[in-house]
Ligand binder design. Structure first.
Ligand code: 5AD
Ligand code: SF4
Length: 472
């Protein structure tokens, strides 16, 4: 078996899992009431996609999905390990299930996802939460039917925490919520080992899906009414490097653009070191590819970038941004920033502020550094205090909020094509959609417009969203 064949889960194995779904379905059909499943997902878009797979498998097993934990027969937490606060939230939420379990001893509680790929977390789960029935990591996701089936067979606790670099499982059912936008994972894992990041340890090595499987999925989504797809990967610019003679990411974008009915294509996330001229040109020249780029810089100081193992300098990053702006005028730019990396001094931090002022991102996603057990940065000593880190963080938000508000203000009075996503979650009087660049727009209109691209004249700009009116 070639290395590539080894990482692909065999068709027989996938059929075996489908059989477990059928077995559970038979068991549930013999019960006298509907059975409900609750899935809560934390973290990034790829994890959300994993959550949709869990829901897809549960539907195949005959469960109904519920958003009410109190009513559920199965509760699954699909966890994230990127920062400590996400982990603490999960621990808090699991602890709170103890009472539900007391009331309903048949309740099945499962915890899966990135947290479970860490040995110290599994130890803690075993020790502190004896009432959790299923514990399985990201690599075991496709085996969820078998894991749940084992619980039905009477196993009090099913633990599946395989140590591997991860595999690719096709044809796992995915639940889509009827939204006109959908995420499609095109690759899994990461090879970059930034020194602060737990992802390479919990998601394994980079592995790309075959183009044909991706295109099939996008075609099926289009058939079901999806208009916009976001291609997902920890580092999509590495797409295809592990498939001999395969397409690269720019080529993949062009293939996805050929799918009829798909109007817009976005993607996440790009590592700056791998952002090629070819990709920039493809964004510029492929109409369906949205003029939006998320390019995490993490920090503006070369010293810190070096200790983060990011493999680019501030100058190199800024040169790429310059090229992007020249080739794609008006592009929406976003980034990720970590404040308070152990080696970051107050002087280093000033370089980050300089970058924000120079690039003028539309939006930044910013985080205070969180120590992750087992990563190289976890053993580095802090050079500034927690108070200083918080002060820097707040100042950065102030600087960025002003920039975001200024950029949005320029939208006022102009007309933009907006893909209507549906009724606004916060205010049912409004519809919500996005511009090509990904700006959130609220406006009044009929729900039947969902899925259409219509022209909206922006009337009022806020820092995080725009309000407008439909054009006659
Ligand atoms: N602490 C804080 N933020 C982190 N990120 C990744 N690891 C950490 C960490 N240990 C951020 C990075 C990354 C985003 C998804 O999460 O900015 O781009
Ligand atoms: Fe983490 Fe760096 Fe990989 Fe992104 S590129 S997932 S930050 S290791």
């Amino acid at each position: 078996m070639s290395k590539r064949e080894e990482i692909i889960v065999s068709k027989e194995e996938i059929s075996r899992q489908k059989q477990f779904c059928q077995n559970i379905k038979l068991i549930l059909e013999n019960k006298k009431r509907p059975y409900y499943a609750f899935v809560e997902t934390y973290g990034c878009a790829q994890n959300v996609n994993d959550g949709e797979k869990l829901q897809g498998m549960l539907l195949d097993m005959g469960y109904l999905l519920t958003e009410d934990k109190e009513n559920a027969d199965v509760i699954i937490y699909n966890t994230c390990a990127v920062r400590e606060n996400a982990e603490l939230k999960v621990f808090g939420n699991i602890g709170a299930l103890k009472n539900l379990k007391r009331k309903n001893p048949d309740l099945i509680i499962g915890v899966c996802g990135c947290m479970i790929q860490q040995e110290h977390i599994v130890k803690k789960m075993k020790r502190s939460f004896p009432f959790v029935n299923l514990i399985f990591g990201t690599h075991a996701l496709y085996r969820f039917p078998e894991i749940l089936h084992n619980a039905f067979l009477g196993e009090k606790r099913v633990i599946d925490t395989e140590e591997s670099d991860g595999r690719i499982a096709e044809e796992v059912p995915v639940y889509r919520d009827g939204s006109v936008c959908a995420g499609v994972s095109v690759m899994y894992g990461c090879n970059n080992f930034c020194t602060y990041c737990i992802v390479p340890y919990v998601r394994g090595r980079e592995r790309s899906r075959e183009v044909s499987n991706i295109i099939e999925e996008v075609k099926a989504l289009s058939k079901s009414g999806v208009k916009e797809v976001t291609l997902l990967g920890q580092n999509v610019n590495s797409y295809g490097k592990d498939i001999e003679g395969g397409l690269d990411f720019a080529d993949l974008l062009k293939e996805v653009a050929k799918v009829e009915g798909i109007e817009r294509i976005r993607f996440m996330t790009s590592h700056p070191k791998d952002l090629s001229d070819k990709l920039i040109d493809t964004i510029a020249t492929t109409p369906k590819v949205c003029k939006q780029l998320h390019l995490p810089i993490q920090c503006g100081s070369d010293n810190v970038l070096k200790s983060m193992n990011r493999k680019y300098t501030r100058e190199e990053y800024l040169a790429k941004i310059k090229k992007v702006k020249e080739k794609i005028p008006g592009i929406t730019l976003t980034t990720d920033i970590i404040v308070g990396f152990p080696t970051e001094t107050n002087e280093d931090f000033e370089y980050t502020i300089d970058v924000l002022k120079e690039v003028r991102y539309d939006v930044i996603f910013s985080f205070i550094y969180s120590k992750r057990v087992g990563t190289p940065a976890a053993v580095m000593d802090d050079v500034i205090t927690t108070e200083e880190k918080k002060r820097n963080f707040d100042r950065m938000l102030d600087v960025q909020n002003t920039i975001s508000a200024e950029i949005n203000k320029e939208y006022e009075g102009k007309v933009y094509p907006v893909l209507v996503e549906g009724v606004s979650k916060n205010n049912p009087k409004y519809l919500t959609g996005r511009t090509d660049g990904g700006k959130l727009v609220h406006f009044k209109g009929d729900e039947s417009l969902k899925g259409q691209i219509i022209n909206i004249k922006i009337t009022t700009a806020h820092t995080w969203s725009l309000y407008g009116d439909m054009c006659e």
